[in-house]
Design a binder for this molecule. Sequence first.
Ligand code: AMP
Ligand code: MG
Length: 492
Amino acid sequence: MEHLKVSTAQRIVLESVTRLGSENITLERSLGRVLSENIHACRDLPPYDVSAMDGFAVRSSDLASSPVTLSIIEDIRAGDMPKQTVLPGQCSRIMTGAPVPAGADAVVPVEETQAVSTGTLSPNSLPRTGERDEVSLSESMFDAVQINHTVQSGNHVRPRGENMKLGELVLSSGTEITPGVIGVLATTKKSEMQVYRRPSVAILSTGDELEAMNAPVDPNKIPESNAYALMAQVQMLGIEPVLLGIARDDPVELEQYLLRGLDYDVLLVSGGTSVGVHDYVRPTIEKLNVTMKFWRVAMKPGHPLAFGVLKRSAQDALPPLLNPDETTSHLTKPSQNDSKVAGYLPLAGEGANDSLRELHVNAGTASDAFVFGLPGNPVSSMVCFEEFVAPALRAMMGHARLFRRTVTARLAHPVKIRPGRTEFIRVQLTQDETGYLASSTGTQSSGVLLLMARADGLLVMPAEGPALAAGEQVTVQLLDGMVFQDSAGFKE
Ligand code: AMP
Ligand code: MG
């Protein structure tokens, strides 16, 4: 099989995955999810014309020739309903959010008025009401107000239904639930709503050389880190993954782990996907009826990367066992006395079936399972997650924006390329008045995880070059934050 371009491989992944079904969720737990129902307004908001300012509700026609002195007939606070109609020559003192009384069609802010008493106090000796505090204002010590300018009808009035009108479509299915959207949902009295389900994700590491977190330090082994970095990448998307442990480079053991992993919507396997004699992942996955869509992508870091689909029928679905929102963490604890398998979940037949079924939070649907065979090199595995897995998981959750946000930056130093592969260079970004400046975090070896850890973004170098000089413009995918965009945003 030829090496696919990154964009071609991304397209194959996104054409294969489908949005998952819906579930009900409470408003308090809905942040970051995607609505799978339309939300309509259940009332007009505001329910009547309200004042946008503390001031005086007036008839704008009264102010046609200013200055004018209007007598104050009523105090209206937010939550009050006006009792009196404002007649010519009159006004009502009104607070922000209070209903505009009948007869009035505009509000003059208190700062633009002068308090007047028609009693013994002379108007000129009175302070501007705007300079007085609200307490004295509401004490109604003045029974009239002088206004020196004209106002338009509707001045500082929020008309009924300005926010939303009864029955209006306010949020459509597919909307991502942000804090602002949560506010709108609360306004529409939606304490629960339908959202797209999150995929269940399992993570499996492979390799005889790997040392589990709970194993004693062995100088001849490599500490297992991919599962944890991948776990965090999955968590950043709002999904709590399950760590299946470490499978040795043994086809029989690997098959058992893979079988278990295929119960999830998405299985991430790191290591063992190459063509070495001990790289059993691809043949074993294929033996389990997973159709491999590709296993070679022309990218650096990243090679080799495999992607496969397991078609599932409704009969294969397990009944749902847990509501994911009631589960705080699905991460399994390292098993204490498991020296044979350096994983965290004992294998089937070792008393683990129940815990496995409990962990299987999203079973019960017949959606297909997707397997990503990620490279074992820690940086490559993370970069492949960003380019392929993250967009797939977001698509399954119903998001429209699947890709990390890109920014344009200037290169701090020249960059060579090796033609034929799209290169993702780990960079730090600084900002000055002319924009972002991108500088490499150091060696671009795909084994040096620390330099990935220090990166703000991935500078995307098109496969066919040319090499770039310092100061040239480049595209950088941002690695932090939760802002995503419609398209990949880089040229290959
Ligand atoms: P592989 O793709 O299995 O040939 O692995 C490539 C490199 O990545 C080897 O040096 C492995 O030791 C390393 N590696 C594989 N899996 C992991 C892992 N889970 N954590 C840390 N390093 C790993
Ligand atoms: Mg390996």
